[in-house]
Ligand binder design. Structure first.
Ligand SMILES: Cc1ncc(COP(=O)(O)O)c(C=O)c1O
Length: 481
């Protein structure tokens, strides 16, 4: 039996895994899945179900399908529907005893009620129909040789489509031959440093993703942090001893500012003068709200910059596709690290992504999500200004997350209070390089793109209530990055 797992952040409670069995009609599958969730205790008596429209959007179903499924379960006594209080699990609908015992004996714990962790786009907005259409067209049109062992460079259809897209939207200067497809940014780091063409030491930003620092450490690469301020990384701290620097120029991760144009020029001059290389992590360059998009540094110096992008923020981290645009002399080294055959990036997904780009679906999806995230960002900023005006919000001109600056010494208390309120967020300090020279700063990194639309407002209110607590309400100082 084919099974389709969907993750639904339920309107008022914990995450719920709904299992939609394959075969039969969608409405019958949904009623079976909801019955099973009530019977197993995953949906407790009294739990309020999401509105039809939200559930339909989350599951990729028609609104009427959800409305009919709810009506059927109301008629059977599993659910109750009352004007003004929505649809709820009926109080008499008790979980089966065996399941109840398993839960009280320490069954799987539910996820956070309000997930505002940075790092992923709204998973419920994945463009299912357009992706399926692309996959169908691409697989139908692909030549037979596409279904043989994959070429480690990646499919030519995808590399051509990326060369066009990146030139048009990010100002990247490349042809398809200098693009190597990979499974994302993390994979690119592994390929470049773990037996690939690069070695340390590597200059990095004083704030960055600990996971990436860990990968570099595992590959034996020593990293040296550059100070980060409101204009991005202090590239004047680079020395001739370093051979390469890793930067997030469009949107410093996680503090959020773009690298100042003077520093963009300065880092390119440093690379030229010291035979250095710039690794450009363009993880969310498409999502810029207040200004014209900041083009890629790669466009200034294609022979000095390794540009790395990924579908993880624009589409979904589940796609596991990324791309490196390399200076000519590094292409062979990166390919050698991959081996003779493609082992990571599935050809079927590469073909689908190529069609998704060529058909304009990628542009349309990014534009739609940009509008949606901008609206959330604006709502987030307004709610904070009204209810927790002491909190200073930064890094909001772009991307899928914001940084909230907190009074010194309050980050741990804020995180603990958030956990008690069922709100999952990250503390700013976990992103700070252990050897960074600036004093630690207190803050929260909030992924406002993470929840599905129907759960966003509740998550936002839960966070704002935490921040409005008196012990977290002292005014912060100015001058943070
Ligand atoms: C700073 C940064 N770079 C790159 C990525 C993309 O990583 P990957 O392509 O490995 O999913 C992320 C996470 O989404 C990130 O936060």
């Amino acid at each position: 039996m084919a099974e389709n797992w969907v993750n639904l952040a339920e309107r008022i409670g914990a995450d719920l895994h709904l299992q939609l069995p394959g075969g039969g009609g969608r409405r019958a599958a949904l009623t079976r899945a909801l019955r099973a969730a009530v019977r197993s205790g995953r949906l407790a008596p009294g739990t309020r179900l999401p509105p039809y429209r939200s559930l339909a959007a989350d599951l990729g179903l028609a609104r009427n399908t959800v409305a009919d499924a709810y009506a059927e379960l109301v008629a059977e006594g599993w659910l109750t529907a009352r004007q003004g209080s929505g649809t709820r699990v009926a109080l008499g609908a008790q979980p089966a005893p065996a399941r109840q015992a398993a839960r009280s004996a320490g069954g799987r714990s539910p996820g956070p009620a309000h997930d505002l962790r940075q790092g992923q786009p709204d998973a419920s907005s994945f463009p299912r129909a357009a992706w399926l259409a692309s996959a169908r067209r691409a697989v139908t049109a692909a030549p037979n040789e596409a279904f043989g062992p994959g070429d480690p460079r990646g499919r030519p259809e995808l590399r051509r489509a990326l060369a066009e897209y990146l030139a048009r939207t990010r100002g990247v200067r490349t042809d398809a031959d200098r693009i190597v497809v990979c499974s994302g940014f993390a994979h690119a780091l592994r390929l470049l440093f773990g037996g690939g063409p690069l070695t340390g030491p590597l200059a990095v930003e004083g704030y960055g993703l600990p996971f990436h620092r860990g990968l570099l450490e595992q590959a034996g690469v020593r990293t040296r942090p550059l100070t980060v301020d409101g204009d991005g990384a202090r590239v004047d701290e680079l020395s001739k001893a370093e051979r390469a620097v890793l930067l997030t120029p469009a949107h410093q991760f996680p503090t959020g500012g773009p690298l100042h144009s003077r520093r963009r020029t300065a880092v390119v001059e440093w690379a030229a003068a010291s035979d250095g290389l710039i690794l450009e992590d363009d993880y969310d360059g498409e999502f810029r709200y207040d200004r014209q998009p900041v083009g890629a540094v790669q466009g200034l110096a294609p022979d000095r910059v390794l540009y790395i992008g990924s579908a993880s923020k624009s589409l979904s981290p589940a796609v596991r596709l990324g791309w490196m645009v390399l200076p000519d002399h590094l292409v062979d080294g990166a390919l050698k690290a991959k081996g003779e055959r493609e082992a990571w990036a599935g050809v079927l997904d590469q073909l689908a992504l190529a069609d998704f780009l060529d058909s304009g679906s990628y542009d349309r999806h990014v534009r739609r999500m940009r509008q949606r995230y901008r609206a959330r960002r604006d709502r987030f900023v307004t709610a904070l200004a009204e209810q927790a005006p002491h909190v200073h919000v930064t890094g909001i001109a772009a991307g899928l997350h914001a940084v909230l600056r907190l009074p010194p010494g309050t980050e741990t208390a804020a995180l603990e209070a958030a956990t008690r309120a069922g709100v999952a967020v990250d503390g700013l300090s976990m992103f700070r390089h252990p050897a960074a020279r600036l004093p630690p700063e207190d803050g929260l990194v909030v992924g406002y793109a993470t929840p599905p639309d129907h759960a966003f407002e509740n998550a936002l209110q839960a966070l704002v209530h935490v921040l409005a607590r008196p012990e977290l309400s002292r005014r912060t100082g100015a001058g943070s990055p």
